[in-house]
Design a protein around this ligand. Structure first.
Ligand code: BG6
Length: 464
């Protein structure tokens, strides 16, 4: 590829997130031939390790969480891995400054520096300060994992600090739902097809549902989850971003900055959620999990009816729902069309639906009413499906792989911005100020019954 040589500094390189997600994603980029021709990955961590020990660590991660290192470019890949121990604070850079200087000497001074903070959110502040203090911010790109601030105040403080070291164009805040193939197809399919673009408004759409039920509990990360809850973990982040993908106005062009600007400006149109528009739930048995206090009031389920005050969407409810320990695992965006005004009078309320699955490589499904084959003119529901992974020449990338590639290329279209995130917190604020009661629900159900009322005559499509 023609990417410029890159020095990729991975903070928290020996931690869990790096093992599970970042290192496997980086190796997949190598397997797909999507890394720059020349690069170094410098793992930063508190302990002391030789480069060789770090290479072994990476190999272990790839064996456990990816397809291993038996075939593919491992030999070449492993020669580009370095480790800088001794931690990294504003007072003491450990071995990192030396390691970066060496890598720059090897790759040339114009090499692009990328900082990837694969760290718990509470560490973002200290590392951002240290990067600034040691002069490593200039011209660099920086990647933050979510959540970027876990409250409106936390977000503002972090945002101010980040902007004291970096300009907005240097910052890449991950929301991995934006990196999913299916999510990207929301704007690709829509703007490339009259079939979709012409119906994409209140004139033809009665309701939008963004539904992400999960069947798992929170077993191995109960402590993090209990301090977070579904509203912060999923609603104000992934579900709001996907809602913005659906709701955006056509961008001026398909360039990264224009797509970003279009998605961001519709976030400003989200009407603040009122407590009566939101139903919270907690699955029965949650409080018995290890790491969860007996009296925890954390929401493991949230459903919301969001209004978007743009001319395009006025009066069209966006129903958002997600939760743990529900009846199924799915990730669906559905646009329910108004019934046609015409001679067929028995079209059901949910007879015409355009729906995208965001799971895996994604799919598009269109529910239509068709003639039931046979002698009579009778109608029957039918579904047309397109598996996006089957598109000829396609090579679907998992979201982390796709997003890290965008960082290397410098494409911010699938990342969140400071202004956009400020808008998401604004839209959530009333619910934080007056938190709705948390209803219990049975494991394996579709959540508290109160959530059904939000959906009106259409009901929730999943679980019907
Ligand atoms: C994460 C949330 O961001 O997204 C998890 O913290 C959730 O709670 C996960 O399960 C779902 O995303 P995916 O892409 O792994 O299905």
């Amino acid at each position: 590829t023609d990417l410029s040589p890159t020095v990729f500094v991975l903070y928290g390189a020996t931690g869990d997130l790096a093992r599970r997600m970042v290192l496997p994603a980086f190796y997949q980029l190598a397997q797909h031939g999507l890394l720059p021709a020349d690069w170094r990955l410098i793992g930063s961590g508190r302990g002391e390790r030789s480069d060789e020990e770090f290479v072994e660590h990476v190999q272990g991660a790839l064996e456990e969480f990816a397809s291993g290192t038996d075939d593919g470019p491992w030999e070449e890949f492993s020669q580009r891995l370095r480790f800088a121990g001794g931690g990294f604070t504003d007072e003491d850079p450990g071995q990192l400054l030396d390691a970066v200087a060496t890598a720059r000497k090897e790759l040339g001074d114009e090499a692009q520096l990328v900082h990837y903070l694969s760290l718990p959110p509470k560490a973002f502040t200290g590392y951002t300060k240290a990067i600034g203090a040691h002069g490593l911010g200039e011209g660099a790109r920086i990647v933050y994992e979510k959540p970027f601030g876990a409250s409106p105040e936390g977000f503002r403080e972090l945002d101010d600090l980040v902007h004291s070291v970096f300009s907005e164009e240097q910052v890449f805040r991950i929301d991995h739902f934006l990196g999913k193939e299916g999510t990207q197809d929301l704007h690709a399919l829509r703007f490339a097809n009259g079939l979709f673009e012409h119906i994409w408004s209140r004139e033809h759409i009665a309701q939008v549902q963004i539904d992400v039920p999960e069947d798992l509990d929170v077993a191995d990360r109960a402590e993090f989850y209990d301090a977070t809850g579904a509203t912060l973990d999923m609603l104000v982040t992934h579900l709001f971003q996907v809602a913005a993908e659906v709701a955006m106005e056509p961008p001026v062009s398909f360039k990264a900055d224009d797509i970003l600007a279009a998605r961001e400006s519709v976030l400003a149109k989200f009407r603040p959620l009122q407590p009566e528009d939101v139903v919270l739930g907690q699955f029965e048995g949650y409080r018995e999990l290890d790491g969860v206090p007996d009296d925890s009031d954390t929401d493991t389920f949230v459903a919301a009816r969001l209004c978007i005050d743009s001319g395009r969407w006025r009066g069209v409810p966006f129903l958002l729902r997600t939760g743990k320990k529900l009846a199924a695992k799915q990730q669906r965006v559905s646009l329910i069309l108004h019934r046609p005004k015409g001679p067929v009078d028995d079209v059901p309320a949910n007879g015409n639906v355009v729906s995208l699955s965001l799971a895996g490589a994604g799919s598009v499904d269109i529910d239509v009413m068709a003639k039931k084959p046979g002698p009579d003119l009778a109608m029957a529901p039918a579904r047309v499906s397109l598996d996006l992974s089957k598109i000829p020449g396609g090579d679907p990338l998992p979201p982390y792989v796709s997003l890290i590639h965008d960082v290397l290329v410098g494409d911010r279209s699938l990342f969140t911005t400071s202004e956009g995130l400020a808008q998401t917190w604004r839209a959530l604020q009333p619910v934080l100020d007056a938190r709705p009661e948390v209803h219990p629900y049975a494991s394996g159900s579709w959540g508290p019954a109160a959530a059904n009322e939000l959906a009106g005559e259409h009901g929730w499509l999943l679980g019907q």
